[in-house]
Design a protein around this ligand. Sequence first.
Ligand SMILES: [Zn+2]
Length: 169
Amino acid sequence: MKFTYCPDCGTALTPKEIGDEGLVPYCTRCKKPLFDMFSTCIIALVVNEYGEAALLRQGYISDTYYNLVSGYMKPGENAETTAMREVEEEIGVPVERLRMTGTYWFGKKDMLMIGFIAEAKKRELVLSGEVDEAVWVPVSQALKMVHPAGSVSHTLVEYYLNEQKNRKD
Ligand SMILES: [Zn+2]
């Protein structure tokens, strides 16, 4: 999101040279630059001790594809806290181990996604109101159920499968 007006005082912004950043929209009244803004989300591939992944179906995102757990970061949280909170909220599973896989730019929604593999013990999934259905499926099968190649979900599932493959080699 690019700012045209100051979100605090409503003044029309004017470009100002800010260090190495070049011209940045600037509020002359509040005396501050307003850099382009984007949301930050976490996305987590939840896997259990049997090599199964928790996939979610959420009508408001897609009727065709399954999703991974994802959610917006709240101010004051670090990404790990958000990931653990979202997994627990969306499918009712406590996370035992969490590792970051990388960060991904999701241009369609102007969003930075921070990816995690979340290890958890298999248990019955308890769904939040945002989730229509959730299932445990073998991770290899998950590859065909999530959004196609190039999507962040697909990238995360592939990441996990490659990890497993390298472990066996
Ligand atoms: Zn202002």
